[in-house]
Design a protein around this ligand. Structure first.
Ligand code: CP
Length: 298
């Protein structure tokens, strides 16, 4: 694995390998490699709390040298392109980039780059490390993906998490269904659209998605009614009570409490929301380690 741009580029063997490596880091079963000679920079062109901070912790645990970058104080403000920004980092000795960018498949413009890129989210395209940490969290609970019934609810069309998770979970043998307002359905994903109330007592995993207002038209934002959405598509206490005993609740966060999920349920016993964040740091260690090893940086 030379880069991590999309989960669609990963084989199931690579997916299981990353889950295993992240789990070993989490369990303290392996010595943590020291990449003190590797310089890394996190280029976040969109806001982030979890992804950016957990990459920072992972990079520090791996002993890497962090090169600060903030779009607001960089030459991006003078009109420098993404390619030129990345090529500058490469030229001054940065060995790896983590990039989040609002443009779908931004990485296609970076083909002239000779250092690895980890995609921290591209527009509504892909969010590979979120997907991998979700897979780790599911595997921790079920020790398998085969025939799991997964319901992904919400803003499917604008969600890079939905796209990445649909592809990887399907490849690993799970059945993925969607529940969404018609305007946010995405017919490029081939899972069935269902009524949440018809399946809530049968699913193994209910995965809620944040309503992505920043990717909506202005009229869509003003006409949105949080209470109506919550009653129709959200995880209410009533729906939570119908879940099977073994079922789990996931959300990539940030959470709009009272919209995608009732506030009291964010830390309910079946919720894995903060466990997902914990696993994210170990998964990001595993991704960095796997890429550096495949490039001979050991
Ligand atoms: N889940 C996720 O990507 O969160 P951030 O936007 O805070 O990184």
């Amino acid at each position: 694995m030379d880069h991590l741009l999309s989960v669609e580029h990963l084989t199931t063997t690579e997916l299981y390998g990353l889950i295993q490596r992240a789990s070993q880091f989490k369990a303290g079963e392996v010595e943590i490699p020291n990449y003190q000679d590797v310089f890394v920079s996190n280029l976040f062109f969109e806001n982030s709390t979890r992804t950016k901070s957990s990459f920072l912790v992972a990079e520090k645990k791996l002993g890497m040298q962090l090169i600060d970058f903030e779009t607001a104080t960089s030459s991006v403000q003078k009109g420098e392109s993404l390619y030129d920004t990345c090529k500058t980092m490469e030229s001054i000795g940065v060995n790896m980039l983590v990039i989040r960018h609002p443009q779908n498949a931004y990485y296609e413009s970076l083909e002239g780059l000779n250092i690895p890129v980890i995609n921290g989210g591209d527009g509504s395209g892909q969010h590979p490390t979120q997907c991998l940490l979700d897979l780790m969290t599911i595997y921790e609970t079920f020790q398998s993906f085969k025939d799991l019934n997964v319901l992904i609810c919400g803003d499917i069309k604008n969600s890079r998490v939905a796209r990445s998770n649909y592809h990887s979970l399907t490849a690993l043998g799970a059945n993925v269904m969607f529940s969404s307002p018609e305007a946010w359905q995405d017919d490029t994903l081939h899972g069935a659209y269902v009524d949440i109330d018809e399946v809530i007592d049968k699913v193994d995993i209910v995965m809620l998605l944040r309503v992505q207002h920043e990717r909506h038209e202005a009229n869509e934002v003003t006409s949105f009614e949080a209470d109506t959405y919550h009653e129709r598509f959200g995880l209410t206490q009533g729906r939570y009570d119908q879940l099977q005993d073994h079922a789990i609740v996931m959300h990539p966060a940030p959470v709009n409490r009272g919209v995608e999920i009732a506030s009291d349920l964010v830390e309910a016993p079946k919720s894995r929301i903060f466990k997902q964040m914990e696993n994210g740091m170990y998964m990001r260690m595993a991704v960095i380690d796997t890429i550096l090893k495949s490039r001979g940086e050991v």
